[in-house]
Design a protein around this ligand. Sequence first.
Ligand code: PEP
Length: 248
Amino acid sequence: MRQKLVAGNWKMNASRELLERLLDPVAQEKGLACRLLVCPPHPYLPLAAEKLKSTDVALGAQDCAATPEGAYTGEVAASMLADLGVEYVLLGHSERRQYQKETDALVVEKAGQALAQGLKPVVCVGETLGEREAGKTRDVVLEQVKAILTAFSSEELVKVVFAYEPVWAIGTGLSASPEEAQEVHALIRKAIAEQDGQLAEQALLLYGGSVKAENAASLFSMPDIDGGLIGGASLDAGQFLAIAHAAG
Ligand code: PEP
């Protein structure tokens, strides 16, 4: 039985005031069956780590560098995140693929850095609206997933979480239906199974894209959906916790 994971991606939204408003209720929440993960922007990670230190809520970063250290102004190394008590790191989010032109090869390098530092990569994959309309969802998602699967051993992949996030569903209010999401999640799990059956059973596959308290339970009831990656709704503690409760 896989424990569900509900992750909040705050994107570029944070302040000391927002951090308290979001993390105080999350840190105090009791009786959840799922695990919670919060991913604030880098500068707020130490404050978040302090707030969450006596809880089981995991801390994640939104990106890491593809190189271990050195002359890369503005970059944040995986070792620095590990040093701050970060457990997960989002990689290959569609916004980074779009605005920073991140490729699968770069995402693989970043995942390598994260794994080498004991971090768990949450690798985001998903098709654009144009790709879905052109019937390319399967090919696009499998290419992104296989870039990771072929780059790492099963011992490394056991730490990798995949988040299926159709680009057309992110921040649009248009979620994939539970059936549409399940179809792609089953495809991802099958690709993992072709490499390692036991790994496929253990792998956590999150859905992201306009998850709200109202649609969370039906998405999370699907057999291959092991939780969610939540953007907008994670900036409201009540919504975020309602989504977490929908995870069972
Ligand atoms: C995201 O940013 O990963 C995301 C899924 O955003 P939203 O929930 O706002 O669609």
